[in-house]
Design a protein around this ligand. Structure first.
Ligand code: ZN
Length: 335
């Protein structure tokens, strides 16, 4: 029979013990659902959890998942014949993908008790694809299990959500992410702590920082730019904005860092330094926060969030950036 400890020892799921426990109980009591939905922010571990659950269901050793049998290995390598992983293609999950899933779902499993379908980012499905999946979930084949992931259940058809057992994954505690980075990735303690803070409870984000060093470097550049903008007058700000390229994704990334920095500054001003995410820049954040003051920091944070939201609604990049330069409170004499 499955032991939670065994599961924890072989899988890469970080945190979410309560979900593992509930899934374990469901299998033990023979009350498996046909469809599960894992929701939560990017990088929190939704797909990893789905894959691990698949591994548990397909591993046939006495204490699954063993992590080393052919089934376990093939699930991890995503080559298992009874596992199908669907992801958005060119930005969305399309009707053709669900049609193919429909065909396969009714075939008998190759060698596992189940055919398992992981549908990643179901919130990116087209309406046709979502409706087509709904039809399958309404009358699912006995041997098929559907594991869906999405940022939030609100982004899916309520009729799909109501047919799934929903697990809303919460942010993983910082200390757990730090420990994972130190043990599994050999990251030194100080850096692991910074990465754990920056990941905001999402281990996937922390891993991305390790795998893409550029990302971490860009954060430093972006924070420098933020400090520069706060102390510059309008002319210098607009000049800076004029030199910014036309890469919208890059601008969104930068704004996300600015938002985190502004939030950190507010935390410092409210006496909660221990919650600061950019802990390696504490000195500079504090000096800037003191100069700007609480009221302007709060206004700035609001402006940054509203510009980012506007960009997500497809606002014009150049215009959004100029508006931000004019509206963001600062502490140059002129602003
Ligand atoms: Zn196994």
């Amino acid at each position: 029979m499955l032991s939670l400890n065994n599961w924890r020892a072989v899988c890469e799921v970080i945190g979410h013990e309560w979900v593992l426990k509930l899934l374990e109980n469901a299998v033990r009591k023979g009350v498996l659902s046909h469809s599960y939905l894992f929701t939560g922010p990017d990088g929190v571990g939704k797909r990893t959890l789905a894959l691990e659950f698949a591994r548990y269901l397909c591993c046939r050793v006495s204490l699954p998942p063993c992590g080393s049998c052919r089934d376990c290995q093939e699930i991890l390598g995503r080559t298992h014949p009874d596992l199908k992983l669907l992801e958005p293609e060119n930005g969305s999950i399309k009707i053709e993908q669900i049609r193919e899933l429909h065909r396969e779902a009714f075939l008998a499993p190759h060698r596992s008790p189940y055919r398992i379908f992981i549908i990643s980012d179901m919130d990116k499905a087209t309406p046709e694809a979502a409706n087509s999946l709904l039809k399958i979930l309404e009358e699912p084949p006995l041997h098929s299990i559907f594991l869906l992931t999405a940022t939030s259940p609100e982004l899916l058809l309520p009729t799909i959500v109501s047919r799934c057992q929903v697990f809303n994954l919460r942010p993983v505690p910082e200390s757990q992410i730090q420990e994972f980075l130190e043990k599994n990735w050999g990251v030194e303690s100080y850096k692991a702590n910074i990465l754990a803070r920056l990941s905001e409870g999402c281990p996937g984000k922390a891993i991305r920082f390790i795998q893409e060093e550029e990302l971490f470097k860009r954060r430093e550049e972006d924070l420098e730019a933020f400090f520069y903008i706060l102390k510059s007058d309008t002319v210098a700000r607009l000049e800076w904005a004029g030199e910014f390229g036309k890469d919208e994704e890059r601008l969104k990334e930068m704004l996300n860092w600015w938002i985190l920095a502004a939030r950190d500054m507010l935390l410092i001003l409210e006496g909660a330094r221990e919650k600061v995410v950019n802990a390696d820049c504490l000195g500079k954040l504090e000096a800037t926060a003191v100069k700007l003051g609480k009221e302007k920091t709060r206004m700035g944070l609001k402006e940054l969030r509203s510009i980012l939201a506007a960009l997500h609604r497809n606002a014009n990049l150049r215009l959004a950036l100029d508006v931000l330069m004019l509206k963001l409170p600062g502490f140059s004499q002129e602003v």
